[in-house]
Design a protein around this ligand. Sequence first.
Ligand SMILES: NC(=O)c1ccc[n+]([C@@H]2O[C@H](COP(=O)([O-])OP(=O)(O)OC[C@H]3O[C@@H](n4cnc5c(N)ncnc54)[C@H](OP(=O)(O)O)[C@@H]3O)[C@@H](O)[C@H]2O)c1
Length: 234
Amino acid sequence: MKPVVLLLGATSDMGRAVARAYAAQGHPLHLAARDAARLALDAEDLRLRSGVDVWTHPFDVLAEDAASIMTGLAPPPSIVICFVGMMGTDPQLIMRTNYTGPAMVLEAAADFLQRQGGGVLVGVSSVAGDRGRAGNYVYGSAKAGLTAYLSGLRARLHGSKVRVVTVKPGFVHTRMTEGMDLPKALTAQPDEVARAIMEALEQGRDVVYVRPVWRLIMTIIRLLPEPVFKRLRI
Ligand SMILES: NC(=O)c1ccc[n+]([C@@H]2O[C@H](COP(=O)([O-])OP(=O)(O)OC[C@H]3O[C@@H](n4cnc5c(N)ncnc54)[C@H](OP(=O)(O)O)[C@@H]3O)[C@@H](O)[C@H]2O)c1
C-alpha cells in the first residue's frame, strides 16, 4: 500500500489540490477539517475519481483537544501536512491559528511519527514570516513562529527517521487571497503548490519556496538594514 497521508486543514484550497494529487497517485487519505459537510463532499469526489480510501475527521486547531487527532488514526499516516492558517483582523486569532495551534498539533504528530518509526511532517508557513512587514506583521510574526518551530523540530529529529519540511508558498490564488491584486509572475496556483510539496518530499528538501524567485526576494528583504526597511513600509 502507498504511504497514508493526513491533511490537516484539508478544506483549504492548497490542501484540496494536494489531496487530488496524492489520490491520483493512489495514496489513501485522512482528511481533517472544521467543515464536515464540505469535507464529506471532497472525500466522495476523491473516492469516485481516484478509487482511493478516504477517511474524514472533524478538526479545529483551536480546540483544547486538537492534538488528539493523532490518536486512533487507522491506517496510520506516515505523511502529515498542515495547511491550517488565516488572515484577518483579530490579532489573537491570527496568532493562535497560524502559530500556537498548528505547532501544538505538529508536536503531537512528530511524537506519533517517531513512535511509529518514521515519516514526513510538512508545515505550510509563509514568506511573510521571513521579515515582519508593516502591512501584515501580526500574520507574519505568527508564521515566523511556525517557521522557527519547524526549523527547531527538524534539527531535533535530524538523525531519526522523521523528516520535517517547511513550505513557504509565496502568493497563491486561493480563498485567502481572493480579491487581492497579486502580481502574476509571483503568484502560484494551488496545483503548483501540490507539485512543489510532492517534489520536495521526493527530493528530501528541508525548506521549499514554491516559486524559487521568492527565495531571492526574501533574501534581499532580509538584508535591508532596519533604518532603510522601516521607511519602505512594504
Ligand atoms: N494563499 C496564499 O497566498 C498563502 C501564502 C502563504 C501561505 N499561505 C498559507 O497556506 C495555508 C493554506 O492557505 P490557503 O491559501 O489554501 O487558504 P484557505 O483556503 O483559506 O485555507 C486555510 C485553511 O485553514 C483552515 N482553518 C482556519 N482556521 C482553522 C481552525 N481553527 N481549525 C482548523 N482549520 C482552520 C481553514 O478551514 P475552513 O475551510 O474551515 O475555513 C482553511 O481550510 C495557510 O496556512 C496560509 O496561511 C497562503
